[in-house]
Design a binder for this molecule. Sequence first.
Ligand code: AMP
Length: 186
Amino acid sequence: MKKDNQNISTKKICVYCASSKKINQVYFEATEKLAELFVKENIEVVFGGGAQGLMGRLADVVIKNGGKIKGIMPKFMNEVEWAHKEVIDFEFTDTMHERKAKFLENIDGVIALPGGCGTMEELLETISLKRLGLFTKPIIIMNTNKYYEPLKEMLNKCISENFMHKNHLKMWAFVDQPEEVIDALN
Ligand code: AMP
């Protein structure tokens, strides 16, 4: 029987985000806020396992607040010591492809925070899988500092030029603030 005071994880969410640490402070602040909300809502986080950039800050804040976080990383990245040292729950894969597939196993949704080519690749692959019906969970794009406006425009252009159907607009949601992420997931 469940005890009332048990910290039961209600959802497991995969977060794609930047490895760069040279970015504006505004991105770190939004990531911290989101990490705090995850812990408050008993949401378990799955992420790339990195110690740098938004990945590192996400893990720092989840751990500091007593939350649950799991890193999934290819072995070669662990060998060059990119793994976050305080994340206990880790899974190491042989390839980047295997890692991306594992990100999407048994999760309740995906959130893309601002990031570079790695983050965008992960996000766009997930959208492609959803288009094919191979992934069915919510995809939230956190548009901190309007970072993803050009991507929003590109996706809209895919639709206006008939490379995608307007029904595909329902596959993702852009939000501006961390506080909107939880509602968007629900
Ligand atoms: P990016 O958005 O280009 O910074 O890429 C984030 C993704 O790139 C992560 O999910 C990883 O696949 C990979 N990556 C790049 N650099 C690192 C790093 N220093 N530590 C861990 N993962 C990294």
